[in-house]
Design a protein around this ligand. Sequence first.
Ligand code: MTE
Ligand code: MO
Length: 319
Amino acid sequence: MLVRKTPELTYADVTPKSVYLNRRSFLRTMGIAGAAAAAGESLWKLASPEIVHATTKLSGVVKSSYNTDEKQTPYDDVTHYNNFYEFGVDKTDPAKNAQNFKTSPWTVSVEGDVKTPRKFSMDEILKLAPLEERIYRHRCVEAWSIVVPWIGFPLNIFAKLVEPTAKAKFVAFESYFDRKQMPEAGYSGLEYPYVEGLRLDEALHPLTLVSVGMYGETLPPQDGAPVRITVPWKYGFKSIKSIVKIRFQSSEPPTTWNRSAPREYGFYSNVNPNVDHPRWSQAKERRLGEFLRRNTLMFNGYGDQVASMYAGMDLKKNY
Ligand SMILES: Nc1nc2c(c(=O)[nH]1)N[C@H]1C(S)=C(S)[C@@H](COP(=O)(O)O)O[C@H]1N2
Ligand SMILES: [Mo]
């Protein structure tokens, strides 16, 4: 079984240099100038396999009141330093291996203990609610962090449409999985499809976002196209990518990393600088593109909004 490596990030690790090196060797081996001319494509586009999957601008995006004013992480870092184990375990793998991921047609089934279960097409999802820009901090359990301008709407919009019954106490999420499109998945040692879950109150919290875009455009495949969940006060692995199912249910759903290593990853996984990972400290983090580490904040800095949901809970036990 593959386990996460101890995060010993150097500056080189947070600079996706390998991407540029790959681009250059691709150029050399392809004799690209001729190919580009023949295809009527720009040289740069043909030489950059990682931007084959086109993103499109999202219009009518409104500003949100939940934004951090911290400096946004450059797009190139957010799209070339990813965890998306279905497409490989190295941080630079998803940018390379997810480009031909087929994200259309796409439907998300919202089901379970609800009055009116419904399947939503991507076109429907894009029109469900005003799309907001949410500039969130994102803290990976591996002690790196990013600031991303997501585009989306609160997950509670889905709940209003399907009306969970009194039985619903949790929400389970499931990612798309297709071994043919994700041949690298086998190397990760994880069970697929990737699954995650939230308690009902966490899922309905206004900060919990259904993300359909970032940096003004639709999501690139390596960041979870065409639709993912973003939960900013929890470790990054709770923010499940490329979802096809949202299920309201009475029992606590299994989650991928908890299944794989229950001693290391709990169900709640709230960002908590005071609870070490069994193999490393969570007190500090490295913002991609920065050299000096910063202190990790309780609930990733969203304590004012979310701490009351955990009142009376022992967060050392419920990690
Ligand atoms: N389906 C799926 N979702 C996933 C993952 C994954 O491997 N598969 N990795 C998680 C982890 S560990 C992190 S840190 C974030 C990374 O999101 P980003 O690449 O958009 O920054 O996605 C999360 N969602
Ligand atoms: Mo992560």
